[in-house]
Write a new protein. Structure first.
Length: 325
């Protein structure tokens, strides 16, 4: 069990860091020909997620196609109203996945990683309002620390002047707005999904198949509305290369990795994984992608965000009563 805990955390660090960096690199890499369409990448990632979850259900069914067919029929198609509940979070997740491509097309990986931790704040607020959760003093303080840290990370500095030719103030604003909307959508969809899971006996894999089915439908609608003409001209897979497929695969596995971490790890270790991912993204963004100039203000803000991440998951042990000793 201990091995699975740290293995799932290691995979989470790898998946989160690699996805952010490869997505950023793939959206800024200058190549001949058309760039791949983010909308189609989102759809393909959903299809991959469905296929992976079906394989996991097949495994849980004792590798029996008959049992797999019965489970899918009973849990998905014979419960249409129950399945329809997933349409709301699925649509929001589809929007969120598209926004992440927009954000990483306009923000460096380090700034994106730190700012995206605001989803802790939105998740907490939706948990209080939708699930009636009570937050501890430590958690409220961590949320204030988180907001202060993100504000410092976004604080304008003179050291970024040399990047203005490559990245305009307008595109930075687009990136920031995309991240903020993604944080709100992540918070709401995550809490809504948690509420559904708690009121249901269905497995996480079945729920992810349902999410993927709706996600594919919403994603295809997005492809048709925003990129329909370009798909007609150059096809769905225009601009795809090995790096693009890595991005799609990492995005498809993201939700499954998080599900494994929720199952095997606690909040403190998840906070540690997030912090390591932020640090790695910052270092690689500076040394490899060379699209980020760290400042003392950024480092202080990132430190506050990392501290807030740990603090939010901190659960103080109850003090022992000496009179009962």
């Amino acid at each position: 069990m201990l091995t699975l805990k740290y293995l799932s955390l290691g995979v989470l660090v790898f998946q989160t860091t690699t996805l952010v960096l490869t997505m950023r690199y793939s959206r800024t890499l200058k190549e001949e020909g058309p760039r791949y369409l983010a909308s189609t990448a989102v759809v393909i990632a959903e299809i991959m997620k469905i296929a992976t979850c079906i394989l996991l259900v097949y495994k849980d069914s004792g590798y029996s196609f008959r049992t797999l067919n019965r489970v899918l029929q009973e849990e998905i198609f014979n419960k249409p109203m129950d399945t329809l509940k997933l349409a709301i979070p699925s649509g929001i997740y589809t929007l969120q996945n598209n926004l992440l491509y927009v954000a990483l097309s306009n923000l460096d990986a380090a700034t994106y990683q730190v700012t995206y931790q605001l989803k802790i704040l939105t998740t907490a607020l939706f948990s209080v309002t939708m699930l009636g959760k009570n937050l501890s003093v430590y958690q409220w303080f961590s949320l204030l620390t988180l907001m202060a840290g993100v504000a410092l990370v976004q604080w304008p500095t003179d050291s970024a002047e040399h990047l203005k030719k490559e990245l305009s103030a307008g595109s930075q604003f687009v990136g920031l707005v995309s991240v903020l909307i993604a944080c709100f959508s992540s918070g709401f969809a995550g809490v809504y999904f948690e509420k559904i899971l708690k009121g249901s006996k269905q497995s996480v894999w079945i729920r992810n198949i349902q999410l993927g089915l709706f996600g594919s439908i919403f994603g295809m609608m997005g492809v048709y509305v925003y990129d329909g003409e370009r798909v007609k001209e150059d096809g769905i897979f225009q601009g795809y290369n090995n790096l693009t497929w890595i991005v799609v695969l990492l995005q498809a596995l993201g939700g499954l990795v998080i599900a494994a971490v929720i199952k095997y790890a606690d909040n403190i270790l998840k906070g540690f994984a997030t912090s390591v991912s932020i640090i790695l993204s910052t270092l690689i963004s500076y040394f490899w992608l060379q699209d980020f100039m760290p400042t003392s203000v950024f480092f202080f803000g990132a430190l506050l965000v990392i501290t807030a991440t740990f603090l939010y998951g901190y659960e103080p042990k109850p003090t022992s009563n000496p009179s009962k000793a």
